[in-house]
Write a protein that binds this ligand. Structure first.
Ligand code: NAG
Ligand code: NAG
Ligand code: NAG
Ligand code: NAG
Length: 727
């Protein structure tokens, strides 16, 4: 390093600053070394010298100013300016362990630097600590002053104090001695010692133990005396007296305090004597303490007493375990245990609270009616001035069931399963529900939660059967409550649908009003749909509160010919279809008659023309052969016309057609009449469509079976609404 510096400084001065070279004295620090004498490893107390030696070469005679710095670790510990070329000496007289460390030296001459390497000094050995106490004999809790010294040691020192080999105090000192104060709470001879540690980061070096100093601690006073009477077999109600006194007080001038306490409760306090008396209770079992304080010294005496129960806290019970509102109940108050050596059972008195709520029957037994609401009872047992309460008994009277209501859950459809619900509006749970059918038990269920429902499933074969069901609700042994009989509508599924046509299908002609009447067995409301075969859309839809309806076509024409049927559905949701009925609309009579008349007229004209021609020709030309054709022709033509006009329809129809007035029948308020008529249609009208005398058959039936219907009919007849039937 020295070589490098030399080189650098020479170069710098000679080449880059030629002006300085002329003015300043030339010099160079050739070498600098640090040495530790007499050795780098020395025992404690050695006079150690740190020597810094520099070799400087200069051109002139003038002595340059040398600035030395000695470092210990990274810390400057010594600085010296010297104008001699002598070595720098840094003295460590009587070196201590705290001088242990790495040293280096640096030199500065007019801006030129040189530094040595580190050299480590190791000092071994610590001096024995010295302990001094200001007192050898003390009272307990009396303060003692102790001083521990580490002779000659320097640096950062940490002190420890020991009492009977246990550390009692420690602390860091700023010098080589430490003072501490302590008190002794235990009586007797104690051995006190101290030691120290020198901190040399990262290590510490601990000294040996100091000289041992003994301290004799005298007792200031003995614990107080606690007397409790009686000493044993304490029962509740017994008179207890406590007396707490001091004893062996050495110095009567001392200020004494006594405290008598039980748990956290201070019973009494005073000077040299404290007393307390009380009636023993079971809860008083436990520790009692008498505490004596003089100056800082506290001493206590404890005694534990056990108080035997004279009688146990009563328990209040109810019988029966469950009671309904306004029913009889009995409450029993009883102390399970009592000290028979002190107490006879008869001495125990029981009362119920609130008083007068029930009637006392015998000691501790009270009876009466349960209130209609929740009520709290407690009972009290008393003997020898001791009063004990039972826990609160809350009587929660149950509520009897009300008469249940029976109803159908959802819909009752004949032939399908029917859900029957039974429910009492009031009544404590659990409630047993029973389903009866004509007093025959069908099923039973128990409702335990408010969210539950009693629902029974039954199936009936006839609508009347539903009315036979009743249900019963019960929440106690006896007294079940019955419901009414089940009153609900039974939906009878649809069956036997029929489509009736008016007028009869054989007699339907243009211009008439056609009634398509659809009827079915089953429960209304029924939705009817009339269809014509070939159309997907119904012609007419009607929801009827009866089980039939009619669809009327006015002003019939040929186009209405076709096949019709009807579909019906009711809340039972079964769809039924009627048979298909084919209708052919014919020409009306007057048209036929007119055609017949016209034909006759034509024939007549022809005959006349032929006759005229014949006679004319006979008269003009005599006999001709061609006439034979014409002589035969008229009767044939007449026959042809007759068969086409008259015989194409059955004779009977003509006789009927003369009478009915179908157009009129449509115009009158037929609805009423039709309704009445078709209430009968439940009995399927056999071959109604095929009857010629359509009215007479139906009306004859009606007259025989339902007088009220005939009444309506007579009205209808009066109006001349319906065609007069013809046999
Ligand atoms: C150390 O130096 C002191 C004087 O500074 C001297 O009295 C002492 O005897 C020396 N100790 C040793 C061990 O040489
Ligand atoms: C305490 O003792 C004194 C007599 O020493 C007596 O008069 C007093 O009644 C006692 N007090 C109690 C609470 O026992
Ligand atoms: C009964 O006592 C309980 C507490 O023990 C209280 O919460 C309740 O309200 C009381 N009931 C009546 C009816 O007084
Ligand atoms: C059945 O219920 C209907 C109404 O839902 C009521 O008019 C009728 O009187 C009840 N019948 C009986 C026997 O309770």
């Amino acid at each position: 390093m020295g070589l490098l510096l030399l080189l650098t400084s020479t170069l710098l001065l000679s080449y880059y600053h030629p002006g300085i070279v002329v003015d300043a004295q030339l010099f160079t620090i050739r070498d600098i070394t640090l040495s530790i004498e007499p050795s780098t490893d020395v025992p404690r107390g050695t006079n150690v010298t740190v020597r810094c030696k520099a070799i400087v070469s200069s051109s002139g005679q003038e002595v340059l100013n040398h600035k030395y710095i000695i470092y210990k670790g990274s810390q400057e510990i010594y600085t010296k300016n010297s104008s001699t070329s002598e070595d720098l000496l840094y003295l460590l007289p009587e070196a201590r362990i705290s001088n242990t460390g790495k040293y280096k030296c640096s030199l500065d001459i007019e801006g030129k630097h040189a530094t040595t390497e580190f050299k480590e000094l190791r000092v071994t050995g610590l001096s024995k600590p010295v302990l001094h106490l200001n007192k050898g004999v003390v009272n307990e809790e009396e303060e003692v002053m102790a001083r521990c010294t580490a002779p000659g040691e320097t640096g950062s020192i940490y002190f420890f104090f020991y009492k009977d080999s246990q550390v009692i105090l420690e602390g860091e000192a700023s010098s080589n001695q430490f003072e501490a104060k302590f008190r002794f709470s235990t009586v007797g001879i104690h051995k006190i010692q101290c030691a120290y540690s020198v901190l040399l980061m990262p290590n510490s070096f601990k000294s040996e133990g100091s000289n041992t100093v003994t301290v004799s601690v005298k007792e200031l006073f003995t614990p107080p005396v606690l007397e409790i009477l009686p000493q044993s077999k304490i029962y509740e109600g017994d008179h207890l007296s406590f007396l707490c006194t001091t004893r062996n007080l050495l110095d009567s001038s001392e200020k004494v305090h006594l405290y008598l306490s039980h748990g956290s409760k201070l019973l009494n306090s005073g000077g040299t004597k404290v007393n307390h008396s009380m009636v023993a209770l079971a809860k008083d079992s436990g520790e009692f303490e008498c505490r004596q304080e003089i100056r800082q010294v506290v001493k206590e005496t404890k005694k534990t007493i056990s108080v035997t129960e004279l009688f146990s806290a009563p328990t209040l019970t109810m019988s029966p375990a469950e009671v309904f509102q306004r029913e009889y109940m009995t409450l029993t108050c009883k102390s399970e245990r009592y000290a028979s050596e002190r107490l006879t059972g008869a001495e125990l008195m029981y009362t119920l609270e609130p008083p007068d709520s029930l009637i006392p029957r015998s000691p501790g037994v009270f009876s009466g009616k349960a209130l209609p609401y929740d009520f709290n009872y407690t009972c009290v047992a008393r003997a020898k001035g001791i009063v004990k309460h039972s826990e609160t008994l809350t009587v929660r009277p149950k509520v009897s069931v009300s008469n249940p209501k029976i109803s159908v859950y959802g819909r009752a459809i004949l032939g399908q399963s029917i859900k029957i619900r039974c429910h009492s509006d009031t009544g404590s749970l659990p409630i047993n529900y029973t389903l009866w059918k004509d007093y025959q038990l069908e099923n039973t269920t128990t409702v335990k939660l408010p969210t539950q429902e009693a629902v029974f499933t039954v199936t009936i074969r006839k609508p009347e059967e539903l009315n036979k069901y009743m249900c019963e609700a019960k929440n106690k042994q006896k007294d079940g409550k019955l419901s009414q009989r089940l009153n609900a509508t039974v939906i009878v599924p649809l069956s036997e649908p029929t489509l009736t046509i008016l007028p009869p299908i054989s007699d339907i002609s243009e211009g008439q009003v056609l009634h398509l009447i659809c009827g079915t067995k089953g429960t209304p409301p029924v939705t009817f749909k009339f269809y014509r075969v070939g159309n997907n859309q119904p012609l007419f839809t009607d929801t009827s509160q009866q089980n039939y309806t009619s669809y009327n076509v006015t002003n019939l024409s040929k186009e209405h010919s076709g096949t019709y049927y009807c579909e019906a559905v009711n809340p039972a949701n079964n769809v039924v279809h009627t048979e298909r009925v084919t209708i052919e609309v014919r020409l009306p009579l007057w048209k036929k008659a007119m055609i017949g008349g016209v034909c006759l007229l034509v024939v007549l004209v022809l005959v006349v023309v032929v006759c005229v021609l014949y006679f004319k020709s006979k008269r003009v030309r005599g006999v001709r052969t061609a006439v034979s054709v014409w002589s035969e022709r008229p009767p044939e033509a007449a026959n042809d016309e007759e068969s086409s006009v008259v015989s194409s329809e059955p004779d009977v129809e003509y006789t009927e057609v003369v009478h009915p007035q179908p157009a009129d029948a449509a115009r009158v308020p037929l609805r009423k009449g039709t309704d009445t008529v078709y209430s009968e249609l439940k009995n399927p009208p056999h071959g109604v469509a095929g009857h010629h005398d359509y009215g007479s058959v139906e009306y004859a039936e009606l007259n025989g079976e339902r007088p009220e219907i005939s009444h309506h009919l007579s009205e209808v007849n009066n109006y001349q609404d319906l065609p007069v039937p013809v046999d």
